[in-house]
Design a protein around this ligand. Structure first.
Ligand code: LLP
Length: 444
């Protein structure tokens, strides 16, 4: 497991003086623990598959952003889609986070988790519906990130109907290449997201004529799991140049939303989140500071993965170990419906046995779930310490886009979730029951 070896430069902040390891999972007496709580105990108490998160790690990651951008007015709008658990939203909301939402459902989550944060919500997404726009207008959210001219017309119409004024930013497509998986890259013209940056100026000009629309910002988001910081700087530079034009046109642009997307290290190589944030902040600050923007321009960021991915893991039990010819399969009680990232993006997740082995014996196996799909795997040809039926294993870095992408495929109840907070394991979502699963269905 990777540990941060380099002392973070941000440790002057008292909240960061106790720098946790990159991941909150560590062996104690040969058993994996999360912030001092034994995972084998959790498995007995709550069953498996089980998502386990560290509140300290989430708070630490959020604080890294807060400190790195402390010198300018900013709001860190955590991307709810990464992990939309109410308890995690509340934790972040109480620490001052705003939220990036993409649906009326996510708006309701923010309302329920921490109502005061509604005024720090930005609403992204290419397909907003009337009921979602109305709910967000009534909640007086901070900013609509509008992704098409048609959506802008609808926003104006709904604002008029409700006699409210809508603050909006156009989400522009900067045509910047970000080196990431094609399914999670968004900043090129060929993608469905945003509005061509070259067409934006004319749209702002038209919009400014409506008394129901307040052109308050410009936003951009180029993709997810981006490890290099240069593409963020390039996209931000293009947005700044647009803002400069918009100000010349007389628009009162107060917000620049630089989106989310900062990547993490899923392998076991060393990774220091503090250093990575520092690089990101330096790259953005370089383009922001030397620009036409005044120091009061409010910076919005929409990180998701970076805050929660490494704070969480999926705990699962080995059901069977099976050999087919030369291949070995470790079959677990978690499946692709519980964590779809390997199946969907060929994503790598490190896997650790919960009991540290006493021998060096290993096996090379595909780690697979019980779902009836050949794509139902967590790892292929992975070398692991030898495991046997009944053993527990842990899939690391599953705190982001893990639980939020679960499904009931194969009529499998979703996992339970536990948050380790202040040395206590708090159940934040109970395991679904068969009754829950069948409840919406009718037999006419
Ligand atoms: N803002 C917008 C407008 C987004 O679309 C996203 C993510 C974010 C912020 C947050 O990006 P992050 O900081 O988490 O990279 N399911 C995929 C990731 C999909 C990302 C979708 N948009 C995965 O598991 O890798």
């Amino acid at each position: 497991m990777s540990k941060s070896r380099v002392a973070p430069r941000l440790s002057a902040d008292p909240a960061l003086s106790q720098t946790p390891a990159t991941r909150p999972f560590a062996y104690r007496n040969r058993t994996l623990h999360c912030d001092g709580i034994s995972l084998s105990t959790l498995a007995v108490e709550h069953g498996t598959p089980l998502y386990v998160y560290s509140a300290d790690q989430i708070a630490y990651r959020f604080q890294l952003f807060q400190s790195a951008f402390a010198s300018r007015p900013h709001t860190i709008c955590y991307a709810v889609k990464a992990n939309s658990s109410l308890a995690i939203l509340r934790l972040l909301g109480q620490k001052g986070a705003g939220f990036d939402i993409v649906s009326g459902g996510e708006l309701e989550r923010v309302r329920k988790a921490y109502k005061p944060a509604l005024q720090r919500v930005v609403f992204s997404g290419v397909g907003k519906q009337i009921w979602e726009i109305d709910a967000a207008l009534k909640a007086n959210i901070l900013l609509f990130n509008v992704e098409s001219e048609a959506e802008l017309h609808l926003l104006a119409a709904r604002a008029e109907a409700l006699n409210l004024r809508a603050r909006f930013a156009l989400r522009v497509n900067p045509d910047v290449f970000a080196d990431t998986h094609p399914y999670i890259s968004t900043g090129l013209r060929e993608h469905k997201f945003g509005i061509d940056i070259n067409a934006a100026r004319a749209i702002y000009r038209k919009a400014a004529k409506s008394k129901w629309l307040d052109p308050a910002g410009v936003s951009v988001h180029i993709g997810s799991q981006i490890r290099k910081v240069d593409p963020f700087a390039a996209a931000t530079a293009r947005v700044i140049s647009l803002i400069s034009d918009l100000r010349k046109d007389g628009h009162n642009i107060r917000y620049i939303d630089a989106g989310g997307g900062l990547g993490i290290e899923y392998s076991d190589s060393a990774f220091d989140p503090a250093q990575q944030i520092q690089k990101y902040a330096v790259a953005l600050s370089r383009v922001l500071s030397g620009s036409v923007l005044d120091p009061e321009t409010h910076l919005l960021l929409e990180p998701g993965r970076f805050i929660v991915a490494q704070a969480g893991a999926l705990l699962t039990r080995v059901l069977f170990v099976k050999k087919n010819g030369t291949k070995t399969f470790v079959i677990t009680d978690a499946g692709m419906n519980d964590l779809i990232r390997p199946a969907l993006y060929q994503a790598h997740h490190e896997i650790l046995p919960v009991q540290q082995p006493r021998t060096r014996a290993t096996l090379t196996a595909d780690i697979v779930g019980p779902v009836c799909e050949s794509g139902d795997f967590f790892a292929r040809d992975r070398v692991l310490p030898t495991v046997k039926p009944g053993d527990l294993i842990l899939l690391l870095d599953a705190g982001a886009y893990g639980m939020s992408l679960t499904s009931n495929y194969n009529t499998r109840p979703r996992p339970a979730e536990v948050l380790i907070d202040g040395g206590e394991a708090k159940l934040i979502r109970r395991r679904e029951t068969m009754k829950d699963l069948l409840a919406p269905e009718l037999l006419p």
